[in-house]
Design a protein around this ligand. Sequence first.
Ligand code: HEC
Length: 104
Amino acid sequence: MKNVIFLSLSLFLATLSANDKYTDEQIYNKMCIECHSFDGSGNTEKLTPSMIGESQEEIERSLVEIENDKDHVIMKHNRTKILEMGMEYSAKSMAEYMHTRFTK
Ligand code: HEC
């Protein structure tokens, strides 16, 4: 029984490490779209504001503020959960991805 537990744990860890590099697009589609919507228009039910019309610099500034625990109480919490799931993203490249996606 113990061996089974060990085996599934190492399989789980192997899966995690094989997947530990997600693209910004994969992270957005898995973790952000639910609240921020496919086009950045947000989601009133989730109290999520629209980011349409924000510049890349504004989005990056917000992402840096979230990292540094400045304002953004809800997003700070979300980010912690997202990182716990192994989805690391950088403010700079995520801002670029979101801006490109939202201005299409
Ligand atoms: C459970 C809902 C939820 C999820 C999931 C979520 N967000 Fe948010 N996000 C919010 C809410 C609500 C706010 C506004 C409150 C705040 O800033 O804390 C916000 C704010 C933001 C802001 C600042 C917007 C502004 O104009 O000030 C950015 C940038 C952001 N989120 C990026 C992301 C990214 C990137 C992801 C995925 C990795 C993500 N969010 C996932 C709900 C969510």
